[in-house]
Design a protein around this ligand. Sequence first.
Ligand code: PLP
Length: 413
Amino acid sequence: MNHFSLVGGALHCEGVALSRIAEDVGTPTYVYSTATLTRHLDVVQHAFHARPTLVCYSVKACSNLAILKLFAKQGAGFDIVSGGELERVRRVGGDLRKVVFAGVGKTEAEMIAAVRAGILMFNVESAEELEALDRVGRRLGIPAPFALRVNPDVDAKTHRYIATGLKTSKFGVPVEEAVALYRKSKRMKGLVARGLDCHIGSQLTDTRPVREAMARVGDVYRTLKAQGFPLTHLDVGGGLGVTYTTETPPGVADYAKAVLQPLSGLDATLVLEPGRVLVANAGVLLTRVLYRKVTPAKHFVIVDAGMNDLMRPALYEAHHDIRPVVPRKGKKHTVDVVGPVCESTDVLGHRRVLPTLKQGDLLAVMTAGAYGMSMSSSYNSRPRPAEVLVDGDRPRVVRTRETLTDLMRGETP
Ligand SMILES: *Cc1c(COP(=O)(O)O)cnc(C)c1O
């Protein structure tokens, strides 16, 4: 569910008309709903509350400080993938003891910052990284808590660009090598084994690969405990999918069943790393029609948001519904909704059936809260969009639109 709906013939976010935000803040602008965000986190937290569980929001899905602060206040931990994300969590007063740190290429500086911050654990993705973390732990005199990210080799049945749990993937270590690496870590004085981790991919729409992965990591966890490793946390990753168009992902309750059943009786605090499911349909990208163009082959609607603002269609051939902010009755047209960027892949929507649009009309690109703003760039020297967080009837700018000065910061002619 979400809090974007038609009120009096105009699309609103909670109690605020999107057209009002466009007038006040301009376009393109990302708009997020506080009610949707808090509700989603609440649903996930409750689905697992029968077991000790820590929900760590995956910061990279949407990393605006206001959203992190909202989730921190609601008791979330955070799943980070860089020192930059660690700093974001720190800035909003997030509990650093509830932070897990993943990523195949952590630098020494990032490791030092995170050990000093006292994070819950590093999700280590290779033997060499484990050695580097050991050196950091020894040098600081603070043993670094770690989990190995194992690659359970299951096919997550998702887009190949966002599947991460196959044995050909760059993520994690093969499940067969994990136990040997934990044994090796016993001789490393800069480390302390705290957990086991996996994450099989994103936009999962089927519970079968989840069950399969849980069965495999559950076995490894039991083996490690039986061998005396002091593990306390099993991190099951994120990845639960959302509906962009016709997908039918499992609900949170079914997902919870798929995670919990294969792990029944396991003595571990679960760590979850949801990203997309918390934020995707809590955000839209608001954009304005610049021009229409009719060619013998196609009708184009050219808007002021491009692939630099929302990369998912160009990167993953992702579908986002595109809705008029003030829908008109009457004739419908099949149009390609395209951005201004000088790339043929800068298409926000292929062959969309939309009512007659005029210059200046507003469109909302739906379900854009996840991997929208956080993946944006200033390609084509386009200042990045503003972000607005709505709470009830109150809109708040939580990131101002980039200026031309921002755009060139740090450059020397
Ligand atoms: C990106 C990521 C997530 C979140 O994935 P979603 O599909 O957004 O839920 C969780 N864990 C890790 C390690 C990730 O890289």
